[in-house]
Design a protein around this ligand. Structure first.
Ligand SMILES: [Zn+2]
Length: 299
């Protein structure tokens, strides 16, 4: 896929990408000019950029780009067909090579192009994220893993990675840029609207070790860091207060399900008995069944 870089034209890239992705069974979305404009790399703070992502289906996750004089560190890498797009975006701001690729978790809208980066960069993830990649037969398992925390030092910059516990999955990592007081949370925090205008809400991926009950405590760990700027897994830049609000809403969801269980709710009717419209979190009935299962010990 590296040869595509010479084409230069995003249109040609999308068309060729579509052909290659179709061969691989992947559906590459087509974007309007307005959507393409929203997906272009932009500055966050001095030396830190984001390639925006608004959903798990079309634009993928947010990619953080830390630029130094000795190379580039990126956090997350969107879909299996996103290598050329990401490298082209990074080329707009620096000629430095991408040397480190950090995964916030294993989902392929965040770690999908690991395999394309591995020949030229070191890919690092939490040990459970790597195990999920291997178990789910996803390409590009990282060569380097960590348990509780690790850090990358490059060109005078430092990026720390922390695993604060279960939440979205059992392998969630937060990337922390201490000098810039900024975190990339992966899907422990998602916010706002997808490209199609629908509203994002959190997803507890029980199939990959996620936990709605442990998620708030995981965010408490995150909040102990000193930061003022948040790059969420999907959506616009947020503040530390937004993380507190997100944690509060998650606790409300858990409390409401717990209250209904105490009032006699069953697994079948829990989805119709809990309303979260006021939280602006559209949650399918199956999500409430998940919470029910975890609260009752079935999960
Ligand atoms: Zn995810």
């Amino acid at each position: 896929m590296h040869t595509l870089k010479t084409l230069g034209s995003l249109t040609a890239l999308v068309v060729l990408g579509s052909i290659m992705a179709m061969a691989a069974g992947q559906q590459v979305p087509r974007f309007t000019p307005e959507q393409e404009a929203r997906l272009q790399i932009r500055g966050v703070k001095d030396g830190l950029y984001v390639i925006p992502g608004f959903d798990g289906g079309q634009s993928g996750g947010n990619v953080a780009v830390r630029v130094t004089d000795d190379g580039v560190i990126i956090v997350d890498n969107k879909f299996p067909y996103s290598f050329d797009f990401i490298t082209e975006q990074v080329r707009k701001i620096t000629d430095q090579p991408i040397k480190y690729v950090l995964n916030t978790h294993h989902h392929d809208d965040h770690s999908g192009s690991n395999a394309d980066f591995l020949p030229t960069a070191e890919v690092i993830a939490h040990k459970n994220a790597r195990a999920n990649i291997v178990r789910n037969n996803q390409p590009g398992p990282p060569r380097v893993i960590f348990a509780d925390e690790t850090a990358v030092f490059l060109g005078g910059a430092e990026v720390q990675m922390f695993h604060f516990g279960r939440g979205h999955t059992n392998g969630d990592a937060v990337a922390y840029f201490p000098d810039l007081r900024t975190v990339h949370t992966g899907d422990l925090i998602v916010f706002g609207q997808r490209l199609d205008g629908s509203t994002l809400s959190p997803f507890w991926d029980f199939g990959n070790g996620g936990s709605v009950l442990e998620w708030p405590a995981t965010l408490t760990g995150l909040l102990a860091l000193d930061f003022d700027t948040v790059i969420p897994g999907h959506g616009p830049l947020l503040t530390k207060d937004d993380v507190r609000i997100f944690r509060g809403k998650m606790e409300i969801v858990i409390d409401r399900v717990r209250t209904e269980i105490a009032a006699g709710a069953t697994r079948d009717d829990i989805g119709s008995r809990v309303d979260t419209a006021d939280l602006d979190w559209p949650l399918a009935p199956s999500r409430f069944r998940d919470v029910f299962d975890e609260l009752t010990g079935a999960q």
